[in-house]
Design a protein around this ligand. Structure first.
Ligand code: SLL
Length: 247
């Protein structure tokens, strides 16, 4: 079983590498059987970049865009068999693009934004595909507009909408865990980076969270103090009432 999450807490279990089984057919229909209690997480980055064309094309397309899914770390996604990108139906019979080798991306031109469906299929046929919905971004949205639906940054007229996520493999087959735990092969040579600085974002989020925690702690102290004072007043009033009743 495999799903995609934005937050995950779990354990990673090393699976011993069994040599000599290389092709899927050698594993049998259950791919070596499920590894109960094993969880393996693969972080990924997906999204799109877009740039306005110097002038519209004959078909009225105004932008050139690339939609992609790639590994968060510089490690080849050897566990992926193929990725399908389902474009808007206005792209006609070619709306579905299937990539069987990396880079798992689609380059296109267009005029409008739409919801793109990215489906990841795994080398183990027993592993259910994972579906990601990505809102293809072409335009600069007003930064003063409250809460845009997806994060985006504008860099030299390039619009970027990029997200971090994690594919979580729960009880993977022996075959799949072997592939997932194999020593990583670099995805590209040289420095590997994303459009969004996720490390900086994570750091900022951690700072924001600790700031919020401090604020909440302070508010709790103030409220406790107020409660203490109110209880004191109540006790005093009760004392006076009792005095009046007895006198
Ligand atoms: C809308 N959400 O209905 C949009 C749809 C469709 C975008 C956007 C290219 C296809 C073609 C293209 O940009 N489609 O060549 O027409 O408002």
């Amino acid at each position: 079983m495999c799903n995609i999450v934005t937050e995950y807490i779990g354990i990673m279990v090393e699976t011993p590498i069994i040599k000599n089984k290389t092709s899927i057919t050698e594993w049998g229909p259950d791919s070596g059987g499920r590894q109960k209690g094993v969880t393996i997480v693969k972080p990924v980055v997906y999204g799109n970049i877009s740039r306005a064309l110097p002038e519209p094309l004959d078909n009225k397309h105004t932008h050139k865009w690339t939609c992609y899914i790639k590994p968060y770390k510089n490690e080849e996604m050897t566990y992926v068999k193929k990725v399908s990108f389902k474009l808007h139906e206005s792209y006609g019979p070619q709306a579905e693009r299937v990539m069987t080798t990396p880079p798992f991306e689609v380059q296109e031109t267009g005029w409008g934004e739409f919801e793109l469906i990215i489906r990841i299929y795994f080398v183990d046929p027993n592993e259910r595909p994972v579906t990601i919905y990505h809102h293809l971004r072409l335009f600069n949205h007003d930064p003063n507009n409250p809460a845009p639906p997806v994060p985006q940054i504008i860099k030299n007229k390039i619009v970027v909408s990029e997200h971090y996520d994690e594919i979580v493999f729960q009880d993977p087959s022996l075959m799949m865990s072997q592939i997932l735990n194999a020593p990583p092969k670099p995805f590209i040579n040289g420095p590997y980076r994303h459009e969004v600085d996720f490390d900086a974002k994570a750091q900022k989020t951690a700072i924001d969270i600790s700031g919020a925690k401090k604020k909440v702690r302070m508010e709790i102290t103030v409220l406790k103090d107020r409660l203490k004072k109110a209880l004191e007043v109540k006790a005093k009033l009760e004392e006076e009432r009792d005095k009046m009743n007895t006198s």
